[in-house]
Write a protein that binds this ligand. Structure first.
Ligand code: NZQ
Ligand code: ZN
Length: 384
């Protein structure tokens, strides 16, 4: 196992009826920015629960944060934070609202010339406005990590940053808030969480059985519960298990002391930036192609995954790997998620611009840093 340092300070408040606990989590003297998206929280009763819990607080609202949150929208919110002297930001919604809130919190205190530098130049974040979240979509793990992904349509970029300063103070996870999700977003969430585990698992062995078996447990849970939620969407236990699995998939725990990949995510982000394809769908298209391309390098782990997660019973590693790749694709397709470029009406030719973006950035992706623009081109061909 590799050396590591790990701290995760996020307080998780999990379960039915927990939104009412907001008043225990934020002190009354705080002036709050209540940030949310396109209005789903007004239809499913989450907004009403939040407003009720925040009775007596000074609250300013900021609505309209879009999926794949935009830099310009965030900068409008930064102005509100400064003008209104906000001292706590509450995100109510999915990963997009929360990622935007993390960026807003950092940009409001940023001293550099342009806040976009946080994303392009890895500019150091010395402080941020404290933030918390009420999560309504299990997928990103943003509720218990230090990451955020922000897009800029003007330049066709979608970039990530990470800072301990934007770790949420608390995250409320009430699985009942997820009943109102459209089926497609439920499936997206299961697939995104599944791929998060893979980015930290499907690499090479460093003798880390705790991380491996935690990862395999989350994968098995997502496969089982992901199938159940499609036929039994009102089942609270299933919703709860998916929500906790998605948080555990990317709260840092399973990634400690092990090599990490993230090539699928980096390539996927380019497809979302270019063609506005949902994040999880880009991952389901790219990951099987990355595995096929990196079959040699990932072979031992692919075979382990086949046997431990899919219970493939063969002593032939090659057959086990073929079976595991196919079973993964079938699992995604069973959730009605596309798994090829053709499924979303794209060709490898259409992805040339994504290759160029990665080439311009000098990207060296994957756990060994050996996937450059040339290999990405080959991966797009395998994803056709
Ligand atoms: O905007 P509203 O009206 O709230 O509607 C949203 C949005 O249209 C809707 N929704 C959310 N909760 C709902 C609901 N509709 C009905 N009932 C509910 N309970 O769902 C739509 C999608 O929401 P979004 O927040 O965009 O989805 P998700 O949570 O999947 O977040 C995706 C974003 O997270 C980034 C992605 O790149 C993408 O920008 N990621 C962030 C990561 C992180 N911070 O660690 C890691 C991930 O890999 C990912 O890259
Ligand atoms: Zn993701």
């Amino acid at each position: 196992m590799q050396n590591f340092e790990y701290r995760n300070p996020v307080k998780i408040v999990f379960g039915k009826g927990t939104i009412g606990k907001l008043s225990d989590l934020i002190t009354k003297d705080k002036k709050i920015l209540l940030a949310y998206g396109g209005g789903s929280i007004k239809k499913n009763g989450v907004y009403d629960q939040v407003v009720k819990a925040l009775k007596g607080y000074s609250v300013v609202e900021f609505a309209g944060i879009e999926p794949n949150p935009q830099y310009d929208t965030c900068m409008r919110a930064v102005k509100v934070v400064k003008d209104e002297k906000i001292d706590f930001i509450l995100s109510v919604g999915g990963g997009s609202v929360l990622d935007a809130v993390k960026f807003i919190a950092a940009a409001a205190k940023f001293e550099g010339p342009e806040s976009w530098d946080i994303l392009t130049k890895n500019a150091k974040i010395k402080s941020a406005v404290p933030l918390g979240c009420v999560l309504t979509l299990p997928a990103t793990g943003s509720e218990m990590n230090t990451n955020a992904v922000i897009s800029r349509s003007k330049t066709g970029e979608k970039l990530a940053f990470s800072s301990e300063q934007v770790s949420p103070v608390f995250s409320i996870l009430d699985p009942e808030t997820t009943y109102s999700l459209p089926e497609s977003q439920v499936a997206n969430g299961v697939v995104d969480a599944f791929v998060h585990v893979m980015e930290q698992y499907m690499t090479y062995d460093v003798n880390s059985p705790v991380q491996d078996r935690f990862a395999e447990g989350i994968l098995k849970t997502l496969i089982e519960e992901g199938q159940k939620v499609m036929t039994d969407p009102k089942n609270y236990e299933v919703r709860a298990n998916i929500m906790w699995a998605a948080t555990m998939a990317l709260n840092g725990l399973i990634g400690q002391g092990v090599p990490q990949d993230w090539a699928t995510h980096m390539i996927g982000h380019e497809l979302t930036a270019l063609y506005n394809i949902d994040h999880a769908r880009t991952l389901a298209i790219i990951m099987p192609a990355v595995w096929k391309h990196q079959r040699q390098q990932k072979g031992a782990k692919l075979a382990q995954y086949a046997r431990r997660v899919w219970d493939v019973q063969t002593s032939d590693d090659n057959k086990a790997i073929d079976a595991a790749i196919q079973k993964t694709i079938d699992f995604f397709r069973g959730l009605d998620i596309p798994t090829t470029l053709g499924d979303v009406d794209l060709t490898p030719e259409d992805c040339k611009k994504a290759v160029e973006q990665l080439r311009n950035r000098g990207s060296k992706l994957g756990e060994r840093g050996i996937i450059t623009a040339k290999q990405v081109e080959e991966i797009f061909s395998l994803a056709a």
